[in-house]
Design a binder for this molecule. Sequence first.
Ligand SMILES: [Zn+2]
Length: 214
Amino acid sequence: MKRVTLTFDNGPTPGITERVLDVLSARRIQTTFFVVGERLAAQGGRALAARAHSEGHWIGNHSWTHSAPLGEKPGAEYARREIEETQKLIGELSHADKLFRPMGGGGAIGPHLLSRAALELLQQGKYTCVLWSSVPGDWKDQDGWVDRCLSEIAVRDWTVVAIHDVENAALPRLPEFLDRLDALGVEFLQDFPDDVVIMRRGEGISPLLSQIMR
Ligand SMILES: [Zn+2]
């Protein structure tokens, strides 16, 4: 049986995130929302993250500004602000494992994702650093992402899908996507397989790290 873990990045987005939550709750699927600090701080952001949390979704950290990837601005202060300020704002909504997903690059896995300073901060702060195995590009192709994602799921045992609760992205075809996964008999999990996790609670650095940091 194929396994799929769904994740929603770059929100919360008023007008979108609540509808994503409605779709998920009707199907009893639990996911992770990797939130952007600036969006969490904006009007309506916190209430949406709190609702997601109360409905059993996990809240992860996806940087403060979602601008330059950490590997492109290697200073310690940049890493601290992007990671720690967001974590502080997430506060009690955080998953106990302090889930963090590096931003940038449109889903490409490469050395732009992490700096040495960011790595040290993640280790010291006992974060769990989570990547992905399918980034079907919902934000740039609102129709084509569904078929692309299904074909990626078909060739893996357990796929971690990164899609987006932002405007003009996954929402319009999310119900259809989930229907098609159901029809395939996919099992939905909330957890993350080792092949997308760089470290868990600051420990057990994955060989993948060499691909995402210079
Ligand atoms: Zn992102």
